[in-house]
Design a protein around this ligand. Structure first.
Ligand code: FPP
Length: 247
């Protein structure tokens, strides 16, 4: 589904992106610069996530996708994977009531099964507890990789084709998108990456086809409302053509 940023002609305000994706990068460098263990960088990163979620809702953004744990992150040292997993579990346990109170609907995209049964249960219960939220749709990408997501969609399509449930000739971009973790969600208009790195790192590969990219030097634990506002302002200055020529 292709998303248009929402123009606000009645206020004369610049357009706010409908869906923002964020590659939260720089927790390790933030910690190293302070002589702290990486785990404390991730903890400060979780606080930045909390601030940014609130700022996104305040800014009128409807969809926010945070890249919290990539498929590749499983290859980090075991103690860092354990710290990150525990942080996610703690976040799910402590943040759900606040998210629900603030009208935030939480969904997890990615291969959640890889985290084990307890985490899968905690995720399901957090999603159910926030399911009524309408102010902000928050996706947290966990054990997520864009290529794995596309392969999983292709596998399911092939399975259905083999059983005769699906006619491959009818498949198009729209129907393919229904097999992704983001089925039914608008594509991101704006993807932000922090910490000065300029890579997509397997994030929302299919969905980012027409996204604008904004790269910011701030390390993720320092991120918050002013940084998000700056990225939105930069987005508003871009001319979006979706591959077409503007007369
Ligand atoms: C990148 O920093 C960040 C991560 C791999 C983890 C992201 C997790 C959080 C921000 C905290 C949890 C968020 C939620 C929503 C609970 P890095 O470790 O790659 O940093 P570096 O590039 O400086 O080493």
């Amino acid at each position: 589904m292709s998303a248009a940023a929402r123009p606000m002609p009645e206020t004369g305000s610049p357009p706010v992106p409908l869906h923002v994706g964020i590659i939260m990068d720089g927790n390790g460098r933030w910690a190293a610069a302070r002589g702290l263990p990486r785990a404390l960088g991730h903890k400060a990163g979780a606080e930045a996530a909390r601030r940014t979620i609130e700022a996104a809702a305040e800014a009128g953004i409807s969809w926010l996708t945070l890249f919290a744990f990539s498929s590749e992150n499983w290859q980090r040292p075991a103690d860092e994977v354990r710290d990150l997993t525990m942080l996610m579990r703690h976040y799910l346990a402590t943040e759900v009531s606040r998210l629900s109170r603030e009208g935030v609907r939480l969904r997890i995209i990615g291969e959640r099964e890889r985290f084990g049964e307890d985490t899968v249960r905690a995720i399901a219960s957090a999603e159910a507890a926030t399911a009524q939220g309408t102010r902000l749709n928050l996706n947290v990408a966990l054990s997520y990789g864009g290529r794995a997501e596309i392969v999983s969609a292709a596998r399911e399509i092939a399975r259905r084709a083999a059983t005769g449930e699906l006619d491959p000739a009818t498949l198009d971009e729209r129907s393919f998108g229904r097999f992704l973790g983001t089925a039914g969600m608008p594509d991101p208009d704006l993807i932000i990456r922090t910490s000065g790195e300029q890579r997509i790192s397997n994030f929302l590969l299919w969905q980012a086809a027409y996204a604008e990219f904004v790269f910011q030097d701030t390390l993720w634990p320092d991120y918050g409302a002013p940084h998000l506002a700056a990225a939105i302002a930069e987005f508003a200055r871009r001319e979006r053509r979706y591959g077409q020529r503007v007369a």
